[in-house]
Design a protein around this ligand. Sequence first.
Ligand SMILES: Cc1ncc(COP(=O)(O)O)c(C=O)c1O
Length: 363
Amino acid sequence: MDTYPIGLRREELDTPTLCLDADALERNIARMADFLRARGVGLRPHSKTHKCSTIAWKQLRAGAVGITCAKVSEAEVMAQAGIRDILIANQIVTPHKIARLVNLAAYTEVMVAVEDWANAQALSEAAQAKGVKLRTIIEVDVGMGRCGTAPGEPTLALAQKVLALKGLDFRGLMGYEGHAVMIPDLEARRQAVEAAMRRLLETRDLLLHHSIPVEVVSAGGTGTYQMTSQYQGITDLQCGSYATMDAKYRSVGIDFEPALTVIARVISVRGADHAVIDAGMKALTTEFGLPQVIHPQGWALTRLSEEHGILARQGGDPLSRGDLIEIVPSHGCTTINLHGAYTVLRQGVVEAVWPIAARGCVQ
Ligand SMILES: Cc1ncc(COP(=O)(O)O)c(C=O)c1O
């Protein structure tokens, strides 16, 4: 961002711009923190959503026990901002990334997931060579069919071997129920969470039965936080989207406030029913469906090309060139990754610009 538009009103901003409503963001952060605190469950918010250390620090100040990352490069950005307790909830397998990971462990409390014995050995050797002990949890596949060990005996077998590795400090388990978080029917979602948490907690019990200490049992997403946090034994949740939110999560009944919007402007009109805006696929993503126009009412996006969005009238007043359009992204995590900074507004006036420093950190 070339300019620093503090004090400008939303209507004065150039477009397209990624906007964040500071009041809504702060209320979302406080609401999740208060909810989990009341249940005695920790929160390790996933920073793959916001990719911004300023927001991560707000979450930590609200009581989060640490921050979750998906990638080493993301964790490096958070560490450079002074964040110390970082969970990389992912498999880190290549020598170069392992070297970066143990470098991080030299000055942060990083914790990494493993699912494989050879990988655990490689991590341990690198940690020993660096003179650090790398905190490690085993990722269990609780039904998502992504990464992770099979629950039960295979996880126990890996835990017993990991315990013997001198470079690793075994802390526990994680099991992300990502297949459940967006199930629209609440009862079906509850059943999927029940099955997932049974797999995770029975595995924890098996380890405890074999005298293996399990300090951390981490799970959860924005779509399941109320359900997952009810299970005795879950120590912390890894929710990400709740802070900024998006239209997809709101469509499945998650009612955190839509703090994140993209504002755009009408650049072309044809008759009363067709308008074109200056935001396309380079400002908004569509894998979770088309983004939602929230202002003005009575207009909807029908398609995006690279730099254009096509609007169709659905009962609203006709638009003119230059009109401001406010849009809630369908998927916040991937939309945020398209932008360099948030323009942060309070009551419609720009208060700050926060860099999205981990934007593009996919390594
Ligand atoms: C490992 C892991 N934990 C937690 C989450 C939860 O994120 P959200 O709250 O945005 O659903 C995700 C989302 O992709 C994830 O991959």
